[in-house]
Design a protein around this ligand. Structure first.
Ligand SMILES: [Zn+2]
Length: 324
């Protein structure tokens, strides 16, 4: 049973928003684009994993996607966590194409793309072992019994050709997605002694979801981008024209061949704002970003959204929601 569905991560949505609004000639645009493509590929791999898991039959797993949990003042992230009364299984998806070689002796993974360019990463089993340890500690801190724990690195790209160099101690944990169900079935046969009741399991599941902490990162400082390099205005959802004009409570596209009108186009723009600048916004900031001159209109917009606020009069700060 799926207990936590997958959605695009905050990180991916932040990169999408930044890429959409960063000035087209900005020197860091290529870096943002590269990171955006990586994040999109990661999400694609995770979706493939979710699809593969739908072929799991007669199981007692509760499935949680994309968990980010607190651990000793930091956080760790799990792509997919399957919990059952018998054992827990963590699956990390890797959506890379090309020739991939994993060398545990050096702790590295090398990927050679079709165009012969190569990238070097850490051996992915190092990360899953670390996450395994962190989840064990999380279980102890939250006063649960520790049960057998398994983890897998699953390569989800159809054009991934894998080589695992001899002597890799965890080579059985690295597979391509085609083998996933067979592998999980094997693990189900291995662990037959229940450690948890279904009630315990539901409780752990609720706790995991409650402690899930989505991350928002200040991308402007990460890429050294100045706020003035972010395009303001409402984008037309139909033709992409910017800025739309606000007339009598309506947003109107000023592209003469489009002329699209809608009352709620500011919502997407304010989503972008929150993803790029964070959820706090003042009335003047809102007016600048949406390009509306009137203070009252700006106030009416935040009021209609029902957002929370702090402070009085012109020092008032509103909190835009960031959907998790
Ligand atoms: Zn338009």
């Amino acid at each position: 049973m799926i207990k936590k569905h997958r959605k695009p991560s905050i990180k991916l949505r932040q990169l999408e928003a930044l890429f959409r609004r960063l000035n087209t000639n900005h020197p860091r645009r290529k870096d943002v684009e590269d990171d955006l493509f990586k994040a999109r590929a990661g999400y694609k791999g995770e979706q493939q994993l979710d699809y593969d898991l739908t072929f799991l039959r007669d199981h007692e797993f509760l499935i949680l996607s994309d968990l980010r949990l607190p651990h000793q003042g930091k956080h760790f992230q799990l792509d997919s966590l399957l919990i059952s009364p018998y054992f827990f299984l963590h699956i990390d998806a890797k959506h890379l194409s090309g020739k991939i070689e994993i060398d545990h002796t050096l702790g590295q993974m090398k990927r050679v793309r079709l165009n012969n360019e190569s990238d070097v990463y850490n051996d992915p089993t190092l990360q899953i072992k670390r996450h395994e340890m962190q989840l064990r500690e999380w279980m102890q801190v939250n006063k649960h019994n520790v049960l057998p724990f398994e983890s897998l690195v699953v390569f989800t790209h159809p054009n991934a050709y894998l080589t695992i160099l001899n002597g890799h101690p965890y080579r059985r944990r690295i597979i391509k997605n085609g083998l996933l169900i067979e592998k999980i079935t094997g693990l189900q046969q291995k662990y037959r002694r229940p450690v948890f009741s279904h009630k315990d399991l539901e409780k752990i599941c609720r706790q995991l979801i409650k402690q899930h902490t989505p991350s928002w990162e200040n991308l402007l400082s990460k890429y050294s981008i100045s706020p003035v390099d972010i395009m303001t205005g409402v984008f037309c959802p139909k033709c992409g024209w910017r800025p739309m004009e606000r007339i009598h409570g309506n947003w109107r596209c000023i592209n003469q061949s489009c002329k699209y009108e809608d009352r709620s186009c500011h919502l997407a723009a304010l989503d972008d704002y929150a993803l790029i600048f964070g959820s706090e916004i003042t009335n003047p900031q809102l007016r600048t970003f949406l390009r509306i001159p009137s203070r009252t209109t700006a106030f009416r917009i935040v009021q209609s959204m029902g957002v929370t606020h702090r402070g009085k009069q012109r020092y008032r700060v509103f909190y835009l929601p960031i959907e998790h």
